[in-house]
Design a protein around this ligand. Structure first.
Ligand SMILES: Cc1ncc(COP(=O)(O)O)c(C=O)c1O
Ligand SMILES: [Zn+2]
Length: 389
């Protein structure tokens, strides 16, 4: 293993990786894993990758977890990158389809790595606030690891997510409130209950799992990053993780300096990052009365807001809000034209692509990658209002 230390993403303070850590003990901001890339590159090369397993553990040297320790895995990662020519024929459009992950969303990536590390470092009870898919992923990986999972969800979380967690053996308290209220409840109880807090970016390894989105994308595009990435951002972990992966791959000599223009796509009813980006702010104020059917985007206040905003600006990208009706409408178009039953969060990105084309912000022929972060099958109430209770 080539993990050297944990470092605060805001103040740089070093933390020891060999014990369970949450936020920076000095400034309460997220910790990042720092990997010895020079040492990792002795065995991990673009060539050696070709013969490896398909799962995200193919990038083992740049992931935490000591060599010889078996990861908690259900076969996550290695998802298809598909062309979507019928949806947009004037740009070179690709979809990274994350719905084929275990538990049908990209949350599996973060949880496989974070649960592996939590188990290795001695945790036995894991807790997470979840707007939907993260809960299912934690429940699955905790079950696989023989650990307890406590998934706190807003009461109006899509039914499939709640049922999934229960069937995977998790404890699933439903909270009258939003994801922040779920997080606060865990914060109040965790010391007493002996829970380890697995909230995204409040522990250092979910982002490590998510960074494999960036490694896979580069590998699948033959080490040439696209011109533009559209990512549905709630907590922003995937966006932040991919950016970290790009820097690591540059240090490994696998890619050059060029970066995609990164766009965070949010729901009009919960768009704190869009608002902060437009106002030129470095952090994002809590978005009041957050509401959207895209449950993964219902994150009114994200702890990684400052990291996301920096990436969007440095990459010359932006932030776009999409109305719920538009997400659903466009998702149907994608389904009928491309054969993908996407989640509303993915639909938001396809709608954002249309907005950017109309605004003249994408030149014809540019290569665009959209992240469809999960399957539509978990959102039946959103696609068929008759099913809403
Ligand atoms: C389907 C889906 N897309 C996107 C997101 C947002 O992910 P992130 O926290 O990486 O911004 C979530 C989070 O719950 C999700 O479930
Ligand atoms: Zn700090």
């Amino acid at each position: 293993m080539f993990l050297k230390r944990l470092e605060c993403s805001a103040c740089g303070l070093e933390h020891e990786w060999s014990q369970l850590q949450n936020l920076c003990v000095s400034c309460n901001k997220p910790l990042f894993a720092i990997v010895d890339l020079a040492a990792a590159s002795r065995t991990l090369t673009r060539e050696t990758l070709q013969a490896r397993e398909k799962s995200l553990w193919r990038y083992r040297e740049v992931l935490p977890l000591p060599a010889g320790v078996e990861p908690v895995s259900l076969g996550e990662g290695g998802t298809p990158l598909l062309r979507a020519p019928k949806f947009a024929d004037d740009v070179d459009l690709w979809v990274k389809d994350e719905s084929s992950n275990p538990t049908q969303s990209f949350k599996a990536r973060g949880m496989s790595v974070a649960v592996s590390m939590a188990k290795y470092l001695g945790a036995s009870k894991l807790a997470v606030p979840s707007a939907g898919n993260a809960g299912g992923a934690l429940a699955a990986y905790a079950a696989r690891a023989g650990m307890e999972a406590h998934v706190f969800m807003p009461r109006d979380t899509p039914r499939a997510n709640v049922v999934e967690c229960r069937e995977l053996g998790a404890h699933v308290p439903l909270i009258d409130g939003l994801i922040a209220d779920c997080g606060a409840e865990i914060g109040r109880r965790k010391a007493h209950e002996g829970w380890f807090d697995m909230s995204t970016l409040k522990e250092p390894y979910r982002v490590e799992g998510k960074k494999t989105l960036g490694y896979e994308l580069a590998e699948q595009l033959n080490w040439r990053l696209p011109d533009l990435i559209l990512y549905p951002a709630g907590g922003g972990t995937g966006l932040i993780g991919m950016w970290k992966a790009f820097d690591e791959m540059e240090a490994l000599g696998w890619i050059g300096k060029k970066r995609p223009r990164m766009f965070a796509v949010q729901a009009a009813g919960c768009a704190p990052i869009v608002r902060a980006f437009e106002d030129g702010e470095k952090t994002a104020a809590e978005f009041p009365d957050a509401q959207t059917i895209a449950s993964g985007l219902r994150v009114p206040k994200a702890i990684g807001d400052f990291l996301m905003l920096k990436i969007l600006r440095e990459s010359n990208g932006g932030a776009i809000a999409v109305a719920d009706g538009e997400m659903i409408h466009v998702a149907r178009e994608v389904g009928a034209k491309e054969g993908l039953f996407i989640c509303p969060e993915g639909g938001a990105c396809f709608a954002a692509l249309k907005q950017l084309r109309v605004a003249g912000k994408i030149a014809s022929g540019e290569r665009v990658v959209i992240f469809n972060t999960g399957s539509g099958i978990k959102y039946l109430e959103a696609y068929d209002p008759g099913l809403r209770g």
